[in-house]
Design a protein around this ligand. Structure first.
Ligand SMILES: [Zn+2]
Length: 64
């Protein structure tokens, strides 16, 4: 686990850097403050929605 000392924008505490299914994030150990650092979160939602739509269309094409 990577640590960034005093990186929290809310309390100035230490944050851990991690990864989940959609990218990188920072989370404060002291207060639980959370920040997604993988880019614009709205764009990420659009991308995942488009990916779901695309896979559904592929499945329909296979079925017919
Ligand atoms: Zn904090």
């Amino acid at each position: 686990m990577m640590l960034r000392l005093k990186g929290c924008e809310r309390c100035g505490g230490d944050v851990s850097m991690g990864q989940d299914w959609h990218g990188d994030y920072l989370q404060c150990i002291q207060c639980g403050w959370y920040k997604d650092t993988s880019g614009d979160p709205l764009q990420g939602m659009v991308d995942s929605a488009m990916a779901t739509l695309r896979s559904q269309m592929m499945a329909q094409r296979k079925a017919s």
